[in-house]
Write a protein that binds this ligand. Sequence first.
Ligand code: IMP
Length: 421
Amino acid sequence: MRLVVTGAQWGDEGKGKMTDFLAQKSDVVVRYQGGNNAGHTILFNGNKYALQSIPSGIFNPKIKNVMANGMVVNPKAALEELAKLHSMGITDYQLFISDRAAVIMPYHIALDGAYETAKGGKMIGTTKKGIGTAYADKYARIGIRIGDLLDRDYFAERLNDALSVKNLELKMLGLETMEFEPLFEEYLEYGQKLKPFICDTSILLNKEVEKDSNILFEGAQGVMLCIEHGTYPFVTSSSPSTIGVPIGTGIPPKYIDHALGICKAYNTRVGAGSFPTELDGDLAHWIRERGHEYGTVTGRPRRVGYLDTVALRHACRISGLDSLAIMLFDVLSGISELKICTNYELDGEIIDFIPSTLSAYNRCKPVFIDMPIWNEDITQIKSFGDLPENAKFYLKKIEELVKTKIAYVSVGPDRTQTIEI
Ligand code: IMP
């Protein structure tokens, strides 16, 4: 079985918990896009681990963990992440990093920050990890790839070529230029340290397909942050949706069996950009505190709002979602007022799509239906049938509105607090 687990909203849906849960049944776990802008918090043996670029199967020595070609990898940060895992006793693992993955260099990080500053009030609110600037260089064909770090002469040539352009950009933005020699030596060394993990992961993955292994593709961020189908320009620079898998791994689309969308029982968003169902005031504060809605990577408070099924239908369509996992469902117990957004109103018309321009999206007003609330604590409930009637009604309404079955409901942070339907 080849299963894709992908965020069905604006990221932070709780993919870490579900991938960790499903990773137990997997032979291989693969990250196919993004980099250390992602933050997966995993509770394991009473410890809390925050993974950023390392796949979620890393705690199980039997699982092959793959950082595939579609990722942007910061070698320094990846080594630090590994060192942190070692210091917490995680030393027995299998990790494979694609020789074709793009390298995040220090100038990418400097430029990510500088572009944000230059935009003044129109910042995207990036994680400033150099994600977009590294992807931009990949597509401008001046990127450096992980495999390049292993070939001294070739890396020297690639870095020279890149620096001749990047130093012009740095100078233009009033930043210090970067010298070849220290950068070259530092990154050569990272290459040597990562060498045991570097390989052609597309060959490895296709062999696993031949063996009929259980492969879990772990998306970072969410469909609404997709560079192609998200709320552009307030998006990340890769495609977190299911369609990002073939290009980001070298596995043909025909081998993907099932797509599971991870979705909060409400909506959140970090960074700027339209958010039609956004709440403010006491109710927003109440949800934020109960759901611990603060960024894993940046610590920023997340914007919160009612569940938006226009965005969710968009995600189901783009990612071809076969089923959904509804996360943080327990957060809604005891809420004073509950609504679901069914459509938008745009310039007096009721619509059921995400407009392509930000200007139109900003004008969209949510059309809500009121939902009955429930006050019972549901954190220890193990089966759908035992949920309060109004909670069941809420889940059934989601299924009806997005025409996709719910496979899992999460009622607490622990692995065991998961209802399988
Ligand atoms: P970047 O990925 O750092 O370029 O940031 C672009 C946008 O994506 C910003 O709005 C970020 O807040 C958002 N973003 C990036 N990674 C995540 C994530 O893991 N969860 C939620 N939002 C994210």
